[in-house]
Design a protein. Structure first.
Length: 148
């Protein structure tokens, strides 16, 4: 009986779940934006082929978000787009209070002081009404790349 109890405890201990890595990243990434519907956090790094924006988005409002797209545009001195790309959030459906990662690769470097325009687009459902189709929403904001 003692061996069975010991094996059961070992088995259950092996199934222990740690914190969600996306939730940890949401708190640890250097830049943040929060709106009524979503919270985003991200970091920017340069590669030989251009800047990469790695981030996390969290659904803070709706029963679920679907087909989330995160667009990032590097702006020039006049505020015009110098480079623009999109990252798609997986999983396709993001329930309330859940987070998921995204990555957007730009074709140009984004040195400190550069301005980025983020636009996130999704379909949402507030839950409870199966007759209402999902609604589309988009939001934009700008951010300055901090010193690295």
């Amino acid at each position: 009986m003692r061996i069975q109890t010991l094996l059961l405890l070992l088995f259950l201990g092996g199934c222990a779940v740690g914190p969600n890595p996306n939730d940890v990243a949401l708190g640890n990434l250097p830049q943040h934006y929060r709106h009524f519907d979503a919270e985003l956090a991200w970091g920017v790094r340069d590669t030989p082929s251009g800047a990469v924006v790695d981030g996390v988005i969290k659904n803070v409002r709706y029963a679920y978000l679907t087909n989330i797209e995160v667009y990032v545009a590097l702006l020039d001195q006049q505020g015009k787009e110098a480079s623009r790309s999109v990252g798609y959030v997986v999983p396709v459906q993001l329930p309330m209070d859940q987070s998921a990662s995204f990555s957007v690769k730009l074709k140009r470097a984004a040195p400190p002081g550069s301005r980025l325009r983020f636009t996130y687009v999704y379909y949402f459902n507030e839950g409870g009404d199966t007759e209402t189709p999902d609604q589309r929403w988009q939001e934009s904001f700008e951010s300055v790349v901090p010193p690295r």
